[in-house]
Ligand binder design. Structure first.
Ligand SMILES: Cc1cc2nc3c(=O)[nH]c(=O)nc-3n(C[C@H](O)[C@H](O)[C@H](O)COP(=O)(O)OP(=O)(O)OC[C@H]3O[C@@H](n4cnc5c(N)ncnc54)[C@H](O)[C@@H]3O)c2cc1C
Ligand code: FES
Ligand code: FES
Length: 479
């Protein structure tokens, strides 16, 4: 089958084409490295190179029917081929000192910049917010800027600038050019798989589910990626050469949500930010956990499939989805099977996903009104931090007694593990503080946590026990 060998995207209002065999870039060159190699995009800064500082924030315009949706991303976590078919926007595209964009002007007017290193990143995060159709309030601004760090200005002037800009929106030059950019993006080919084959690497971008599954069968050793927020670190931090990659990020058939018969389903490509927004009314424990998941830039890029696929002991969606008793859909080129997420992870970063399979979606039965489900995350700081201990509890009471309880903790074992003995100690018992305190002791039978840079073993045990007590206390208010 013939395949495309180059990628195309819009930069500076024009289609840019890259042939990896001629350009000197590798398929795992990050978007940040690429932009910084250009003469006119040095405003994109490298701070941490791992998604923690936001200095590299860019906005990408993506086609949604006939419109462009703008989102902020950390360019240090995106491999260059992934930008195929998108519009890449940096601070240089907003305006210059003689003709500033309203967001830049607000940063200037409110003294939102001192040394200026962080400023292009902040401007891009605020610009992404400026381009949203929904109303932007202080909470939304705080959330959108959690992924941007500043060492010298102090955040108040920046937040004030963001608020002013977003509350006084006017049409900008992106509105004027949108129809033309839509036309350009539509002209970019998506009819054939992109195959980038260089001396050292193979990078495939399928655009359909059938092609994704065919590649998975043909290249079972290839590393799958969706948002690449985990995988990119293997390259940027561990300096690994990944010889074969299948990039699933452009398979739209895996980017969906639907609700049928009280079951809410998410495609594996659905971003964590989309899952968060979608779960606000129906899956509150998931919504709250995702409120403290990474930053806006990370959640815009990170996928639900990637969080499950990474099978990390501190993957934050896992205890919540397990407590909701979610099902994972696994597909290969021949068939689809559905397994319980509770049975999906088999050990430290190992799963039952076969070499020819991939995660295609997740199904969650909406909990009945008689269920209390709550999630908790303990980390060194509230935003943009990984869990020291996380937990999710799902409780059903009958006449004040525990009819059913599911307890899952992250950070307490090599994988997200169920507290079976603790559950057994509670089942059938009165849901009282005395009984909960007895059950808290069982947690030490369920878990032998490790000590690491984030916490000692004893502290983890105390945190886990206290989260159960907290749940008991809060559940009495919800009951
Ligand atoms: C700064 C920063 C902050 C973070 N904060 C958090 C946090 O608060 N909580 C948290 O849980 N995580 C966090 N993460 C980790 C990461 O963002 C999440 O695990 C994310 O959900 C991974 O999704 P992705 O699409 O980027 O995965 P990728 O990096 O694309 O893939 C991750 C893994 O899943 C596999 N995979 C991807 N897609 C599929 C598929 N469809 N089928 C099978 N396997 C697949 C890949 O092979 C890889 O092993 C953070 C990461 C960074 C860099
Ligand atoms: S360089 Fe720090 S988030 Fe990308
Ligand atoms: S202005 Fe110096 S880091 Fe923000």
């Amino acid at each position: 089958m013939s395949e495309l060998k180059t990628i195309s995207f819009v930069l500076d209002g024009e289609i840019t084409e890259i042939d990896f065999n001629k350009s000197g870039y590798s398929p795992t060159t990050t978007l940040l490295q690429y932009l910084r190699s250009l003469p006119d995009h040095k405003g994109v800064k490298e701070g941490c190179g791992e998604g923690d500082c936001g200095a590299c924030t860019v906005v990408m315009g993506e086609l949604r029917q006939d419109k462009i949706e703008y989102r902020a991303y950390d360019s240090c976590l995106i491999f260059l081929p992934s930008v195929h078919g998108k519009q890449v926007i940096t601070a240089e595209n907003l305006g210059n000192s003689g003709n500033m964009h309203p967001v830049q002007q607000a940063m200037y007017d409110f003294d939102g910049s001192q040394c200026g290193f962080c400023t292009p990143g902040f401007v891009m995060s605020i610009f992404a917010l400026y381009k949203q159709e929904y109303e932007v309030d202080k909470e939304e601004i705080n959330d959108a800027l959690t992924g941007n760090l500043c060492r010298c200005t102090g955040y108040k002037p920046i937040l004030d600038a963001a608020e002013f800009a977003c509350k006084n929106k006017e049409d900008d030059h992106f509105c004027e050019c949108e129809a033309g950019i839509v036309k350009m993006l539509k002209s970019v080919r998506r009819d054939k798989t992109i195959s980038i084959i260089t001396d050292r690497q193979k990078y495939y971008i399928p655009f359909s589910k059938a092609e994704a599954l065919r590649l998975r069968k043909d290249f079972p050793q290839a590393v799958l990626l969706t948002g690449s927020t985990d995988v990119a670190l293997r390259v940027t931090k561990k300096h690994e050469l990944i010889p074969e990659i299948i990039d699933l990020s452009q398979v739209n058939e895996y980017n969906y949500t639907k609700t049928e018969n009280n079951i809410i389903s998410f495609g594996s490509n659905f971003s964590m930010e989309d899952v968060r927004r979608q779960s606000k009314e129906t899956l509150l424990a998931l919504y709250e956990m995702l409120g403290v998941f990474g930053s806006r830039q990370i959640r815009n890029r990170a996928s639900l499939g990637g969080n499950i696929g990474s099978a990390s002991p501190i993957g934050d969606s896992l205890p919540v989805l397990m407590a909701y008793d979610a099902e994972v859909e696994l597909e290969n080129h021949k068939e689809k099977r559905t397994v319980k997420l509770r049975d999906f992870i088999t050990g430290y970063r190992t799963t039952i996903c076969a070499a020819d399979e991939l995660i295609s979606g997740v199904n969650i039965s909406l909990p009945g009104k008689d269920r209390i489900v709550k999630s908790y995350k303990i980390s060194k700081r509230k935003d943009l931090d990984i869990s020291t201990v996380s937990a999710c509890f799902s409780l059903k009471l009958n006449d004040g007694k525990v009819e059913d309880i599911a307890i899952f903790y992250g950070g307490m074992a090599a994988w997200t593990k169920r507290a079976s003995k603790t559950e057994a100690a509670l089942k059938g018992k009165e849901w009282s503080r005395v009984n909960v305190e007895v059950a808290m002791k069982q947690l030490e039978e369920d878990y032998k946590p490790i000590a690491d840079a984030r916490s000692g073993e004893k502290a983890r045990n105390i945190m886990a026990a206290n989260l159960l007590l907290k749940f008991w206390s809060e559940s009495r208010r919800s009951a």
